[in-house]
Every structure is written in C-alpha cells, then in structure tokens.
Design a protein around this ligand. Structure first.
Ligand SMILES: [Zn+2]
Length: 326
C-alpha cells in the first residue's frame, strides 16, 4: 500500500507554518509565511500560500504528491472541530464565524480538519510522539498560555460541543491573578511563560537581587521565562524559587487532572516546559499529597517529542484520525 501523506498547517497570530507529514509523523518541506490577522480574506490567503508552498516542494516527489490524503489545520480557538468553523479567535479578529475547513477543502479538493492547537498537539504526541504505546494521554503545552489535550484510545476527547480539554483554565486559586480568559487564578495565569516572568519581576521589584535583571538589561519588563530558566541553571536563588513555586502550582493542578482522568502518561511540551524539566522529579514526588489516586506517582511525566513543529504534526494528526469524533 502506498504511504499516505498529510499537510499539517499551524495558524498562529503572526505566522502560518506548514509541512508535509507522513503516516509515521515525520515532517518534510516545512514552510512559514507571515499571518495577516486583521482581515478574513488576507488571513485565508496566508494559509493558502503556506499550503501552496508545501505542495510546490512536494510535487517533484510525485509519489508523495499523489498520495496526500488530507489537510489538517491547527487554528486559534474557540472553534468547532465538527464543522471546521473558527468562531471568534481573540488574536485573529477577522475570522469571526469563519468556515475555514470548507474554504480550504473547496480550494484543494481534499478532506480538511480543523482543531485547536492543544488538542492537535496531544493527538500528535499520542500517535507518533512521547505518548506512543499509551492508551490515555494528557498533554499540556506550556508556552505563552497553557494548552491541553486529552486523547483516549487514539482519539481526541472533545466533549459535548467540542469545547472540552481547556485544562489551562482550571482555577487553582480563586484569589489568584486575572487570566486572559477573564477568570481568576487559572493555572495559565500562574504557570505559563509570561506568568513565570511576571512573578520573577515582582520579586525583583520588591527589592530581591537576581541575575534575571542583568539578563534583561536592567529592565524589569524585559524579564522573560527563558531568562528565569537560564538564571536557575546558573545557580540564581530567586530564579530557583520562582520555578519551584511554579512546580508547586503545577503539582496541585496535575493532582486534580490525575484524580479526574488517571491518564497513562502526562506529556509536557512548549518552551516553559523545557525550563521546568529539572523540577519534574519534585512534581512527581509531591503529587500524592495533592491527589487521592494511590497510583499517581506511577504516571510517567515526560517531555513532548515535537517542539516547534507541534502545530504541523498536530494538523497532520487530526486529519489522520479515522473519522471525526463528535
Ligand atoms: Zn483562564
């Protein structure tokens, strides 16, 4: 049987990335074009340009070109994965009730699936990445926000209307900081990359000394989570405290997740997850305190296989799924 290929597309607020992905999850012909967020037609043209570029690169290899069996798109939510309609993404204001899947499907005469990046990344990890060999997978991407996805038996769990698995917006402190979603104390508002940077800069502003201020050229608002990670590796006490506190927030959160889902594996991806990797052991050691599940410590806590390519792999993964999940 000829190998099947998919085009995976990752639509962000500032760029569209795309690539050709085989049925083993291997990516070739990556491309990246700027996203035009303000206007619906220009945004669609950017997606088309990214797909066209992958097609042009794949065409000389006629075997893969002839067997492209679908296009999968990771798009900003909220969206409806059953209809492929993007509802009202805050960072793409032009795409209000936008029938993305239909428009792309008509243009390329291929089946098109659309899902949010948290769900898609989780499926890519479950099928081809760090979740290989596990039935029930919980995946968290910790970057500028916290995106999560739940995969049961190689299928995304979507809930009743497709809006499930917003694990980043689980409140773990109702007196905590305001999240971008409007709620208070979501794990995203406490443990995402910007939240790590904010907590470090608050401590520096309160008079604590830290290398992160030097890394930021003396500007408090220039502090990033990457600087906090770097300072921690270099032995900076404040950076270590901030990351230990972040690990504590994540432990409380994962305790809730394990009690609710009891996944076979927990996968951490995203830039901030790499910074937190030295604290995975601490998170696992403390998990039993924040969980009634007697087997919590047995759940492997692993780093995602796909880094910056998670959206491309995720796009391909959603269109390789056997059939749409309600
Ligand atoms: Zn939130």
């Amino acid at each position: 049987m000829a190998e099947r290929y998919f085009i995976g597309v990752d639509v962000g607020g500032t760029k569209v990335a795309a690539g050709l992905v085989n049925s083993a999850g291997e990516i070739a012909h990556r491309t990246r074009v700027p996203m035009v967020a303000a206007d619906a037609a220009a945004g669609l043209a950017a997606v088309n340009a990214a797909i066209d570029s992958v097609c042009a690169a794949a065409r000389p290899d006629s075997e893969s070109w002839g067997s492209i069996s679908g296009i999968g798109i990771c798009a900003p939510g909220p969206l409806d994965p059953r209809t492929g309609i993007v509802i009202n993404p805050p960072n793409l204001p032009g795409w209000r009730n936008f029938p993305l899947a239909d428009l792309i499907s008509k243009a390329y005469r291929l089946p098109v699936r659309v899902d949010n990046d948290g769900n898609a990344a989780a499926l890519a990890e479950a099928l081809w990445g760090a979740g290989g060999g596990y039935r029930n997978v919980f995946c968290a991407t910790i970057g500028t926000g916290i995106g999560t996805g739940i995969v049961f038996d190689r299928r995304i769990y979507h809930g009743r209307t497709g809006a499930a698995a917003e694990g980043g917006h689980i409140t773990i402190d109702y007196r905590g900081p305001r999240c971008a979603c409007g709620k208070l104390g979501c794990i995203e508002a406490l443990a995402s990359g910007p939240a790590i940077a904010r907590r470090a800069s608050e401590k520096v502003a309160a008079g604590r000394r830290s290398a992160v201020l030097e890394y930021a050229g003396g500007h408090l608002d220039g502090i990033t989570s990457e600087m906090v990670g770097r300072a921690c590796v270099a032995g900076d006490q404040l950076a270590k405290e901030v990351l230990q506190e972040t690990a504590m927030f994540l432990t409380v959160w994962l305790g809730n997740i394990v009690d609710l889902l009891e996944p076979d594996v927990i996968i951490f991806g995203g830039g901030a997850a790499a910074i937190l990797q030295p604290f995975f052991g601490e998170i696992r050691d403390r998990l039993p305190t924040w969980c009634v599940n007697l087997h919590a410590q047995e759940v492997p806590l692993v780093t995602a296989h796909y880094g910056a390519d998670a959206g491309i792999a995720g796009g391909a993964a959603i269109c390789s799924e056997a059939s749409p999940t309600p």
